[in-house]
Design a protein around this ligand. Structure first.
Ligand code: SF4
Length: 103
């Protein structure tokens, strides 16, 4: 959610709902979990500032070297979860951590 709140263009749309999941152990209470219904980015508005990538504490967003996704209709520049997932094939492997990092 930090990505959508930090986006200066407000072009990341996230919607979800809470649902009950079975307890982790016998006799426990059902758990409430978040379920993602929508994660869209409107590339008609995005200015490629990279703030969303930088602020994500889970490293869930990535840069891709691909940038050619023009569309005849501007509405088609709204990429949903499935369309965004297709871009993962173009994301390069993360470089190795520097010596001593991650400890
Ligand atoms: S790169 Fe695009 S989607 Fe990400 S914060 Fe900047 S304008 Fe918003």
């Amino acid at each position: 959610m930090l990505c959508s709140r930090s986006c200066p263009d407000w072009c990341i749309y996230i919607e979800g709902h809470k649902q009950l999941a079975p307890p982790r152990r016998a006799g426990g209470k059902p758990r409430q979990v978040n379920h993602l219904d929508r994660f869209d980015i409107d590339y008609a508005l995005c200015m490629y500032c990279g703030i969303c990538v930088e602020v994500c504490p889970f490293d869930a967003l990535f840069w891709s070297p691909e940038y050619e996704y023009s569309e005849p209709k501007i509405a088609d520049l709204l990429h949903d979860k499935a369309k965004l997932g297709e871009w993962m094939e173009t994301v390069p492997e993360a470089p190795d951590l520097e010596a001593g990092a991650g400890k």
